[in-house]
Ligand binder design. Sequence first.
Ligand code: FES
Length: 107
Amino acid sequence: MGKFTLGKSKEEAKGMLPEGNIKITQLGAKKVCVVRNGENVFAFEQHCPHRGALLKDGHINGHEEIICPLHSYRFDLKTGRLASGGSCGDLEVYKASLTEGGLEIHL
Ligand code: FES
């Protein structure tokens, strides 16, 4: 679907995304969750692949995993792979990086 850029510089993008704070952003027709851990940024679908809970209300642990607020399944933010929980599909993740021109997300 293309590349989206948030902010005009790395510093501006970091300011828009306080560390560990999961934000929902509209990119074209799609809403995605975005979170920052230091210099690493992650973008992923907003609904949990298990039962559709809003992942914005979850939290990030020290292993760069998102923990769903509903049943506490964990998903690796780099790969989307289910890290712990029952059986469900993987989380859809998108390529995201902090660049000198802002936060780039590829859908
Ligand atoms: S809805 Fe996310 S773990 Fe069940």
